[in-house]
Design a protein around this ligand. Structure first.
Ligand code: GLC
Length: 451
């Protein structure tokens, strides 16, 4: 790896400038042109970055998101603050039509699906930074009050997931759309989407907007996009009622490793918050342990040595080698023996994390030698900063400090090589996707601030 010598102060200033550019006064857009609204898990990562230097913004960011929480507890994946029909974004509020659900908020326009639940983790880290502030600071008191106010919202959010999204009562929640995974265009979804044999008249008319701002070679194919849109239509025809959607044959029902891992970790963090507010942490810890056990029992692939998603439609595992299959390290789910198996594969050139591997930048989002890998196309190989950040923390927890350090260096170096982009080529470090991307900046700020 060709390491540039980072001048931390300059880098930090650039990262903050990007967040300033994307700050809309009470929330942050992921990127101005490509993602001009508020995205759910982006906001959690962005708040983790803000918490390092601007507690007020971190609080506002999460408050703005939870202001759009549905009455059933779901946190929508997009909040269309100040939606303007002239903004070239698709699918916008007019397509989602969430007003069909009795649970959708009336004061804010939103999408009707969810994204990975990193929010309790973000709120817990916000709490810790608030505590470390000068006790006389009014900001500290305000942040602690905000954490107390967010606590019941977080409980309702997790209750929704376990109540509505665990059709078999296994302690594993299901996602119903690739967009709910956060890894929108991963090869993980290929087998499921390819099974969806749609007649042209089943796909509602639509016009993509995502290839206007970003090169089409870095975005999903039309075949995939047709299926994304079909699924949105399937949901709105069923008024976003998850039980009906699942009972009436939704073609995409997947128990996803990353989503369940982040929920498990968030439950652990919610337990820590509960203890602070005089609530009993035991039920949260019990739910986290149950999810961890289910991930170990059902999603572990003994032959390949990583965790694999499970397709409830076919009742089979999805054996595609995605980086997400290693993320259970982030919630301390594998035991030491399984962690060592994970490291055998993660440390191979397939993901670029080998200690003796000098070419490229870790960690590829998909096995570099597997069919379907692309160094450039969205989620099919490029490095994502938030994935590196999750794995960095997981590896540290297991004592794999050298590998964790390589990920940390990539978080710092890639924006210097490829710009503050949405994702990066694991072979060359070139930046792709949206420019001036918020969580790339926020998580860089977080790691630069580490002692
Ligand atoms: C892309 C990513 C998703 C992210 C969104 C906004 O769709 O796949 O994870 O939340 O962009 O940044």
């Amino acid at each position: 790896m060709n390491a540039p010598t980072p001048d931390s102060a300059t880098l930090l200033a650039c990262a903050r400038e990007i967040l300033d550019l994307n700050w809309m006064g009470h929330f942050t857009v992921p990127a101005q042109r490509q993602y001009p609204y508020q995205w759910s898990w982006d906001s959690a990562f962005i708040a983790i970055g803000y918490a390092r230097y601007d507690l007020w913004r971190a609080v506002e960011e999460l408050r703005a998101l939870f202001a759009a929480q549905w009455a059933d507890g779901r946190v929508p994946h997009i909040v269309f603050h100040n939606a303007d029909p002239a903004t070239p974004y698709f699918p916008g509020p007019g397509f989602w039509q969430v007003e069909r659900s009795p649970h959708a908020p009336s004061s804010l326009a939103t999408s009707g699906i969810v994204q990975p639940p990193v929010h309790a983790t973000a709120v817990y880290s916000l709490y810790q930074y608030a505590l470390a502030c000068d006790p006389a600071s009014p900001l500290r008191a305000q942040a602690l009050t905000a954490v107390a106010e967010l606590f019941p919202c977080l409980c309702a959010w997790h209750d929704y997931l376990y109540r509505e999204r665990d059709p078999r009562g296994e302690g594993l929640v299901a996602i119903l759309h690739p967009w709910e995974s956060g890894q929108d265009n991963s090869p993980l979804w290929d087998p499921v989407l390819q099974r969806m044999d749609l007649r042209p008249e089943e796909i509602p008319p639509y016009k993509r907007a995502d290839t206007g701002a970003v090169n089409a070679a870095e975005r999903p194919l039309d075949f995939d996009y047709d299926r994304y849109i079909y699924l949105v239509d399937f949901f709105r025809q069923r008024d976003f009622d998850d039980r009906r959607i699942i009972a009436e044959g939704c073609p995409f029902v997947v128990q996803d490793v990353l989503f369940n891992t982040l929920l498990c970790r968030a439950e652990q963090d919610l337990a820590a918050l509960a203890a602070l507010f005089g609530a009993d942490p035991a039920p949260f810890l019990a739910r986290a342990a149950r999810t961890a056990a289910a991930i170990n029992r059902k999603l572990w692939d003994e032959q390949r040595g990583y965790y694999a998603d499970f397709d409830l439609g076919t009742g089979t595992a999805i054996p595609m080698p995605a980086l997400a299959g290693f993320t259970p390290l982030y919630a301390r789910i594998p035991d030491a023996a399984r962690a060592a198996r994970l490291l055998d594969y993660l440390g191979s050139p397939a993901f670029g994390l080998g200690l003796h591997d000098t070419g490229g930048y870790p960690a590829a989002s998909y096995d570099r030698f597997a069919s379907g890998y692309s160094p450039r196309r969205y989620w099919r190989g490029p490095v994502w900063i938030q994935m590196n950040w999750l794995l960095m923390h997981g590896l540290r927890d297991y004592g794999y400090t050298l590998e964790a350090e390589r990920l940390r260096r990539a978080i710092i170096e890639l924006p210097q090589i490829g710009g503050f982009r949405e994702y990066f080529d694991p072979e060359t470090g070139a930046g792709y996707g949206a420019e001036a991307f918020s969580w790339t900046a926020a998580l860089l700020i977080d790691v630069l601030a580490e002692a």
